[in-house]
Design a binder for this molecule. Structure first.
Ligand code: FPP
Length: 255
């Protein structure tokens, strides 16, 4: 089977970099699912699953760095997750606080540039400050653009962009007919980011759950039965290999 690449310049750049994949996705996005089931299967509290999930986050960032994937986006906390029991929300935000404190120096040294998407204003002020500092202190890095979706919902994001477009029209900045996909995409959290080429989800669920709804239009989807805390570099490599086997046509070419 011949593999049609998403964009030839990107794959030749990858080849120059010596990647072992014929075609490397520019942007991999992951729905990390199954922490609770992982903990339940071991008779542990849910927070133990989230802690193990944070270890999987570490492994996955390392795998992306090793593979030379330039953009990685992780769905860490959805806008719906605020509806979980107070104790779990507090445990998850505590874990985020701890993660920022313990991991940022290493990420910075590894060349990771961190960006947060979502409604961060719902987090406690100290977390907001730590997120801002983490973004600021890694802003000049470019080896891996790591985006973490926090308090993120795809529909919320699209509604906010539509509202911003309507307001700009009311202010006379542009006419309604000048609103096209490109201009609209610039109003999303992900402005200036490439769309994901590959979206992974763990835990056997096969849906997007309000993740990157606009941006996922042409993404390849790969689902794993493994629970997120068990996800490792081998699974990441399998996903990249599967991506390289897929034929991407963007609706443009009949079979
Ligand atoms: C889904 O599992 C996972 C989450 C809601 C949270 C994701 C958090 C982490 C991976 C750890 C922390 C990450 C960072 C960046 C510090 P679930 O709880 O929905 O599992 P279940 O479907 O089995 O109940």
């Amino acid at each position: 089977m011949s593999v049609v690449t998403a964009s030839p310049p990107e794959s030749s750049a990858v080849n120059k970099a010596g990647s072992r994949y014929a075609v490397l996705p520019r942007h991999v996005a992951i729905i990390m699912d199954g922490n609770g089931r992982w903990a339940a299967a071991r008779g542990l509290p849910r927070i133990a699953g989230h802690r193990a999930g944070a270890e999987a986050v570490r492994r996955t960032i390392e795998a992306a760095l090793q593979a030379g994937v330039p953009w990685l986006t992780l769905f860490a906390f959805s806008s719906e997750n605020w509806r979980r029991p107070e104790e779990e929300v507090s445990n998850l935000t505590g874990l985020l606080r701890q993660y920022l404190k313990n991991e940022m120096a290493q990420l910075r040294e590894a060349g990771v540039c961190l960006r947060i998407i979502g409604d961060r204003s719902r987090f406690a002020p100290d977390i907001c400050a730590a997120l801002a500092e983490a973004e600021h202190s890694t802003a000049r890095n470019s080896r891996l653009r790591l985006t973490v979706a926090l308090s993120y919902g795809g529909r919320d994001e699209i509604v906010a962009a539509a509202r911003a477009a309507a307001e700009a029209v009311c202010r006379g900045e542009f006419k309604p007919e000048a609103l096209d996909e490109e201009r609209f995409a610039r109003l999303l959290f992900t402005a200036e980011m490439p769309d994901p080429d590959l979206i992974l989800r763990t835990s056997g669920e096969r849906r997007l759950s309000n993740f990157l709804l606009w941006q996922a239009a042409y993404a390849e989807l790969v689902f794993f039965d493994v629970l997120w805390p068990d996800f490792d570099a081998q699974h990441f490599a399998e996903a990249l290999a599967e991506y390289a086997r897929r034929e991407r046509r963007f609706g443009a070419r009949p079979l």
